[in-house]
Design a protein around this ligand. Structure first.
Ligand code: ZN
Length: 1096
């Protein structure tokens, strides 16, 4: 008795209470409300749609509703739960035997039965399911048996350290969805035999941060490396265990680690091949230098925080001569002629080597005049300071870009009177006096980087401190001065500034010096993007040092060509990577650190010449493959050199540079794809965050192009960042951080922060359009949990109503009632569209399709009507068996198509299947992933187009009938819809005759009154009858140009005790005076109470 009670209590898939809760929880979003809903519909609406202002987030939308669906929008929002309670409630009451009398037919009612619980109980159940997979080695066995070709998703790149955040969850779950889908397609998925890249050089920073100053001093390189390796391995272990809890499948026993000697050897090989092809060179070039960590940095190691303010200056460099050819042009202005320059890094002025102009720009010689007496001096602006030179009565002439005159006049508060105009090219080879060294320096022609957008149009050029300056400097053979040391302090070369910090007092000193020399026009705060060290969060500088470079120039075109052959998802990613690759300078790959992989080079002690050739590289590679890269530190030069060089070993020393971490991770294709069995190169897919266009996607591309001539991947998917619900970046200080572990396990207060389990988090991953930034927060999670619960309820309905199902009970397709053929047609379309979603990596479309299918097509329609057939239609009746045929198809398809996204739910369903499912080779699929992707049922697509059209009309009509019934209930004419008789009159003869046909359908399932959940339906030939005029509740609807009139009155006859339908036949069967004809027939076939007792 109690069993029945508990099952029956949940037999309705969505209860109004749940629906109301869903409404309330989504209240802060705009809930799309129904057009013509009654108050009941409002409270029972299960719509979970919300639309947000943020353009980057598209969670649920109807824009992609597939064309198969014949439902009107209204239908989506309406619910007929209360109307449908007739057979359900009667069955329930009968089963509960509330009255002796009413319990008479309880054994003839087929209520749902399943051990699959309504509650997910994810905190217990998900780990149980994961253990089940582990115990049975499901992933391994399935992949081994698959014969559909390889699929390699190469996982990367390194995670810096510490705990996992939502970005990791998004990334790994997206990968897992793809891999699980491909596993179902019988592909040999090589998920992560390639798994976590534990980047030693990144993790070591964490190690250092954990030590105090004294402890750091005691660290030899070897001790430090040992500590870092230990930390790396522990982190990898912890991260792997978290990923496993997310339900991510992988070959967890065989992760790849960058600190693995084999990996290191493969990386040395990549480096060696590049070196031998001439792509590696040593040069003195300005690189991003981090004084705070005393090393060069790559572009990918920089970040550009908001709000950086520089001290920018406008300064004057006094000209001394014009070239002989142009002497007359400027003659009249000498010796009082100056070049006005602008810089945001005053500390680079001591390293000035030239002033660059744009040959095509127009310049002007101007005579400055104060606007008003002392007007410009009284500026109270703290951000601005006027230099001494502007306070002089006799100011020199300036040269500035002509177009900038109005801007500069306003800025400097003086009038600039044009004395002469000339082209930039006229200025080439003019000479000026260096403001610090007093040496003569040239005016040169720079590139298109010189514009009139800011500054003066004349660019202070210090080739040792800037990329463009360097290029211009090379063109003119300028000296590459860089009088700054590793700590960012001026060296002795900088004369009086020696020892000062260039980013601090050194900068101040240079500005002060210029002002004293009457060379400062103005100093002003300037906010702009400025590169910071991503680890120390401190500003970096550009500084020329001796470094190793990969010559991107040497293979740039090949890389650009390869980009065109890769499939980029989303498509605009191709523009990003193209722009970044075409614009990048040579890649500085050396770092001044004691961790990471060494650059395998020796230097001749006397000549400083590097020694690096095939023999030396091969030898070092061999040593590292055996002993790991620590050997570079503990072995002697003699042992590290090949035999041939040993006699002269004392003439050499080891290089002390290590490789850029992006060279480490960028070599993973070689270390993993190239080394492990069964993997192919290039990989089928790389999938990472959009920041990897300048990181891993690019470094992998460059190393691969340089050595193999092709990209290491066929396709690349990128995703955005995870933000909070308001679209803000997550931060501890804002308190808006969403932690994946908390989503799964819940917080300390489980009531406020419930544990949703991994599947709800995975459902969220599927719901977002990850190609942009995505949002998450408590509200969104609650909504995900609601959708999950509805889906779970749907699956439970299917399981419960198939408890007595056997494959041999199936009704053949051609015998099925039209409503069932229609349902299968819809199912097949849903499966097809979901598959397209997976194929195109558009999981949010799958989420939308499933949500809509479950709510509109199944819960609000098919399941609603099916209850009568299933519960009271008779256990072995045609109507119940045909319905079960449809339900079984739904159960088998739905559980399998959701499995990649919701593997735990799908497996939970599969473990509760009331029947066995046999796959092609004749074996029973014991796990959902053994069942593969549903095969296509072409037959189900053959549902005729005119029937699709007609059923569309029936459903539209049903919606309108519901509205009239609702009004009748409000007017107390009826209670349940089963107390009603519906009258229809169609103006179109064809439609009228079809409706008439459906009133007396040759099977109960297609009967119109069953579809309307009313007791009777009558099609009236004319509205010109008195009884028609007397019908109190009426409505009218235009269904595709055909007008249909609807009337509702009380049903004829009495209520059947068993099914609650009204019928004039109730009372006409002496043996069963309280039954309708249908029930009388069913009961006649059903076992007697005594038999039923014996069976149960
Ligand atoms: Zn009945």
């Amino acid at each position: 008795m109690s069993f029945f009670k508990s099952v029956a209590a949940n037999s309705s898939v969505f209860t109004p209470r749940e629906a109301t809760m869903a409404m309330r929880q989504s209240s802060s979003y705009r809930v799309l409300s129904q057009k013509a809903g009654s108050s009941l519909r409002k409270t029972t609406s299960v719509s979970l749609l919300y639309i947000r202002g943020s353009s980057s987030v598209r969670v649920f939308s109807f824009l992609n509703i597939a064309c198969y669906s014949s439902y009107s929008r209204d239908e989506f929002y309406s619910s007929s739960k209360r109307r449908s309670h007739g057979p359900v409630m009667s069955a329930k009451k009968a089963s509960q035997g509330q009255k002796e009398e009413e319990g008479r037919y309880k054994h003839t009612v087929d209520l749902p039965k399943t051990a699959f619980s309504m509650r997910a109980n994810a905190l217990t159940r998900e780990p149980e399911i994961q253990k089940l997979w582990d115990d049975h080695q499901v992933f391994k066995r399935v992949v081994e048996k698959n014969d559909g070709g390889n699929f390699v998703l190469h996982d990367g790149p390194p995670y810096a350290n510490g705990d996992l955040h939502m970005g990791h969850a998004l990334n790994k779950i997206l990968k897992d969805i793809i891999n699980r889908y491909d596993t179902q397609l019988t592909r040999k998925v090589k998920i992560f035999p390639v798994e976590i890249l534990s980047c030693l050089s990144l993790l070591i920073v964490t190690v250092l941060q954990s030590l105090d100053q004294d402890a750091r001093k005691d660290l030899t390189p070897l001790k430090l490396r040992a500590k870092a390796a230990k930390f790396a391995k522990a982190t990898v272990k912890a991260q792997m265990s978290s990923f496993q809890r997310f339900g991510v499948w992988a070959d967890w026993d065989n992760p790849y680690l960058t600190l693995d000697p084999k990996y290191e050897a493969a990386q040395i090989e990549v480096f060696g091949e590049m070196a031998l092809r001439g792509y590696i060179y040593r040069g003195r070039k300005p690189v991003h230098w981090s004084p705070s960590s005393r090393t060069a940095l790559a572009e990918a190691e920089l970040e550009y925080p908001e709000g950086h303010v520089s001290r920018s200056i406008y300064a004057l460099f006094r000209m001394v001569s014009a070239p002989a050819s142009n002497d007359s042009l400027l003659e009249e202005f000498f010796p009082d002629l100056c070049l006005a320059i602008w810089t945001t890094t005053p500390w680079t002025v001591p390293a000035n080597a030239a002033v660059a102009v744009n040959a095509k720009l127009q310049y002007a010689v101007v005579g400055p005049k104060p606007l008003f007496e002392d007007a410009h001096l009284s500026t109270g602006n703290k951000k601005k300071r006027i230099g001494n030179v502007l306070k002089e009565p006799n100011m020199p002439f300036f040269i500035v870009a002509y177009d900038l005159l109005p801007t500069l006049e306003a800025k400097w508060g003086i009038k600039l009177i044009i004395k002469k105009t000339l082209l930039g090219s006229d200025l080439e080879n003019c000479r000026y006096v260096h403001p610090v060294t007093n040496m003569e320096c040239p005016v040169v022609i720079g590139g298109d980087y010189i514009t009139t957008e800011s500054g003066t149009g004349l660019v202070h050029t210090a080739p040792g401190h800037g990329q463009e300056d360097y290029v211009t400097g090379m063109k003119y053979g300028l000296p590459i001065n860089s009088p700054v040391d590793d700590d960012g302090k001026f060296t002795d070369e900088a004369g009086q500034f020696s020892g000062l910090d260039v980013l601090g007092d050194g900068n101040v000193a240079v500005v002060k010096y210029l002002d004293e020399k009457m060379a400062l026009i103005m100093e002003e705060s300037y906010e702009h993007k400025y590169p910071y060290d991503w680890r120390t969060k401190k500003p970096t500088i550009f500084r020329a040092t001796e470094q190793w470079f990969a010559s991107v120039e040497g293979f740039r075109q090949a890389a650009m060509d390869a980009i065109g052959h890769v499939k980029w998802i989303p498509a605009q990613a191709q523009n990003r990577i193209s722009a970044m690759t075409s614009g990048r300078s040579d890649w500085c790959i050396s770092r001044q650190r004691t961790w990471g992989l060494p650059i395998p080079v020796f230097y001749h002690v006397a000549s400083k010449e590097p020694l690096m050739n095939k023999e030396t590289i091969d030898h070092i590679k061999f040593i590292i493959a055996q002993k790991g890269s620590d050997a570079w530190w503990y072995m002697t030069v003699t042992d590290l050199l090949p035999v041939k060089y040993r006699d002269t070993a004392s003439e050499y020393e080891k290089g002390t540079d290590t490789m850029d971490v992006w060279f480490d991770s960028g070599s993973s294709w070689a270390a993993v794809l190239g080394e492990r069995d069964g993997l192919n190169f290039p990989a089928d897919l790389y999938l990472e965050g959009t920041d990897q266009h300048r990181g891993w996607f690019q470094s992998s591309l460059l190393t691969s192009i340089a050595t193999k001539g092709k990209a290491p991947y066929s396709s690349v998917v990128t995703h955005g960042f995870v933000l909070d619900e308001k679209g803000l970046k997550m931060s501890k200080s804002l308190g808006n951080v969403v932690d994946p572990r908390t989503i799964i396990e819940g917080g300390k207060n489980q009531k406020e922060v419930p544990g949703y389990g991994a599947d709800v988090m995975r459902l969220w991953v599927s719901s977002v359009d990850y190609t942009g930034d995505v949002l998450i927060g408590p509200q969104i999670l609650r909504q995900m949990s609601d959708v999950y619960r509805k889906l779970r309820g749907t699956l439970r309905y299917l399981l419960g109503n198939l408890h007595d199902w056997k494959v041999e009970n199936a009704v053949s397709y051609h015998e099925l009632p039209m409503i069932d053929q229609h349902a299968l047609f819809q199912l097949e379309n849903v499966v097809k569209n979901i598959r397209e979603g997976y194929e195109n990596y558009q999981f949010f479309k799958i989420f939308q399709i499933i949500q809509r299918f479950v709510i509109v097509d199944l819960s609000n329609f098919y399941f609603d009507i099916a209850k009568d057939r299933l519960y009271v239609g008779g256990t072995t009746s045609f109507t119940r068996r045909s319905c079960q045929t449809v339900l079984a198809a739904h159960l088998l398809s739905l559980s399998r198509v959701i499995a990649p996204i919701l593997p735990h739910l799908a497996e939970d369903v599969w473990q509760n299947l009331p029947f066995q499912y046999t796959i092609k080779d004749g074996s029973v699929a014991g796990f959902v992933f053994e069942s593969k992707w549903p095969s296509v049922n072409e037959k189900w697509f053959t549902f005729p187009a005119e029937e699709i059209d007609f059923w569309g009309k029936v459903l539209e009509l049903r919606t309108e009938v519901n509205k009239v019934l609702e009004v009748a209930r409000m007017g107390k004419l009826i209670g349940s819809s089963l107390e009603a008789k519906v009258y229809l009159h169609a103006s179109h003869a064809g439609l009228a005759s079809r409706l008439l046909e459906m009133c007396s359908a040759n099977n109960d399932a297609d009967a119109l009154h069953r579809i309307f959940l009313a007791s009777q339906v009558e099609v009236v030939p004319s509205l010109d009858h008195e009884f028609v005029r007397n019908i109190s509740h009426t409505g009218e609807v235009v269904v595709e140009n055909d007008k249909v009139w609807i009337g509702v009155s009380r049903a004829d006859g009495s209520k059947c005790e068993r099914c609650w339908n009204y019928s004039p036949q109730v009372g006409s069967f002496t043996e069963h005076p309280t039954l309708c004809a249908r029930c009388f027939k069913v009961v006649g076939i059903q076992p007697t109470p005594a038999m039923a007792e014996a069976i149960s």
